[in-house]
Structure formats: C-alpha cells, structure tokens
Design a protein around this ligand. Structure first.
Ligand SMILES: C[S@@+](CC[C@H](N)C(=O)[O-])C[C@H]1O[C@@H](n2cnc3c(N)ncnc32)[C@H](O)[C@@H]1O
Length: 253
C-alpha cells in the first residue's frame, strides 16, 4: 500500500493488529470480573462484543468452559482472532464473526454471559446494553468495561478528548442507574488499575507506533495519528485520578 492511499482506518488497524489487546485491561482484571459470575465452570455460552483480535477473549476461553463467539467490525481483527484460536487449539469452542454491536447477528436469549472490554462506549453505554439485553438468557450476566469519571471533578480537557474520540464519560452512579433502567441488577463495579492502561496498552502501542513511524517515514497522517495517541497517554498520566475504565457487572433481571 502506498503512503498516499493510507486511511485513518488502515492506520488504526495496522497499529493494533499485532497487539495482544486493543485497549486497557489485564488477565488479573478478567479473573476478578469472572469471580462475580455464577457457574463459570459450567458450559456457558459467551459473547465477546468488540472483541478486537481476541487477546482478552482467548484468555477468557482458557478460564471458562463452553463456547465463546467474538464479534468485531474489523475483518482483519476477526481473521487474527480465528488464527490465534486455532494456534491454541480452541477453534472448537471459540469463533470470531464480523458484525456490528448495534445489530447483533445472534438468536435472542442465546447467551449466559455477554462480555465486552473497551467497546460499548463507542455506540453509547445505554444503547449498547439495552440492545444486548435481549440476547441474554434470564439471569444471564453482563460484564463490560466503560471509561467513566471516578472523581467529582471533571477536567474539561479530558471531557473534550473523549467527545472528540466519539465517546463520552459519565459517572459510575449514572452508569449503574442505566444498568437498572435497562433491566440489569448490578452485581459488582470496580476501577481497572493504572497498569492495565500503561503496561498492557500504552507501552505496547507505543512500540508498534515506533515501527509504523519508521515504515511510513514522512507520512503526515501517520505522524498526526501517533501524536493523538501520545496526547491520550499524556492526558491519562496527568488526570488519571479523575477518570478510568470501570468494569460493570450485572445480571439480567
Ligand atoms: C478498544 S477496542 C477493544 C478490543 C478488545 N475488546 C480488547 O479489549 O482488547 C474496541 C473494539 O471494538 C470494535 N468496535 C467498535 N465499534 C464497533 C461496532 N459498532 N461494532 C462492532 N465492533 C466495534 C473495534 O473494532 C475494536 O476492535
């Protein structure tokens, strides 16, 4: 591909495709979230929405029984997920499909657990979890991470960053109220640790972007994109006491 043809979508894809995760999180955080979910050693039917290349999902598969279907809108991510599932010998109970989180291509009441890390805010927390509600069995669980305000003060610079990124931050209390309003009983809510952002996402992403800068030396779109990501990391370092990713775990009422 020539530099001229490179789109923002291509850059996002190329930056993230080789990373284990495409957003903040960790194995420890997944295990903590799983500890609030009933019957994980039973044969659960799980969906991971906005699964990316499936790092979290494959870990989830190794710590649960039953089957997991990952869904993402990037075909390249789904291809990577399916290849990695095969490498791990998990292809019989793990599959990735291309699709939209806003219009799930699944049967109603199909899942015991809907999992989603770092994705729901891109379609809106309320819109996402109310649509997904219909795809959970009664008493099924929802486990999603969503960027949230974690302090009373809401710095304007942070607010603007998330709006520009096509998302927005709300308070934990408001997200809990939305869960209740859309038919979930909240079970657990916890803030992801700082290292889930830094060690597990910003640092590997920075390494991938260093390689990208070398590959596309002189390409202004690439340079601009990377500057945006550097700003995101600097903003987090400066304001991390005010916002973070929060895991919201609930049960379908
Ligand atoms: C921040 S990444 C998180 C990926 C993965 N869950 C992880 O934690 O590593 C968000 C993912 O959601 C996907 N996504 C965003 N909006 C989507 C939509 N409307 N339908 C399907 N996938 C979507 C993106 O392609 C991306 O892979």
């Amino acid at each position: 591909m020539s530099n001229k043809e490179l789109s923002m979508r291509d850059i996002i894809c190329e930056t993230h495709i080789g990373l284990e995760r495409q957003g903040p999180g960790s194995a420890e955080t997944i295990l903590k979230a799983l500890s609030f979910i009933d019957n994980i050693s039973g044969g659960l039917n799980i969906a991971d929405l906005g699964c990316g290349t499936g790092g979290p999902m494959l870990f989830l598969a190794q710590h649960t029984k039953g089957s997991i279907t990952g869904l993402d809108m990037f075909p390249e991510f789904i291809d990577t997920l399916n290849l990695n599932a095969e490498k791990l010998g998990l292809q019989n109970r793990v599959a990735g499909v291309i699709g939209s989180m806003e219009e799930l291509p699944f049967e109603k009441e199909a899942f015991d657990l809907i999992w989603s890390e770092g994705a729901v805010d891109s379609i809106g927390f309320e819109k996402g979890i109310s649509h997904w509600h219909g795809f959970l069995k009664k008493n099924g669980h929802l486990a999603v991470t969503c960027p949230s305000w974690i302090a009373d003060e809401h710095p304007r610079e942070v607010e603007q960053f998330w709006i520009d990124a096509g998302s927005r931050l709300d308070t934990i209390q408001n997200y809990i109220s939305i869960m209740q309003k859309t038919g979930y009983s909240p079970i657990a809510v916890f803030v992801l640790p700082e290292t889930d952002w830094t060690d597990n996402y910003f640092i590997p992403r920075k390494a991938a972007e260093k390689a990208l800068l070398e590959k596309y030396a002189g390409n202004e779109i690439v340079a601009e994109y990377i500057k945006g990501d550097e700003y995101e990391a600097a903003l987090y370092a400066k304001y991390k006491q005010f916002y973070g990713y929060v895991f919201y775990i609930g049960k379908k009422m």
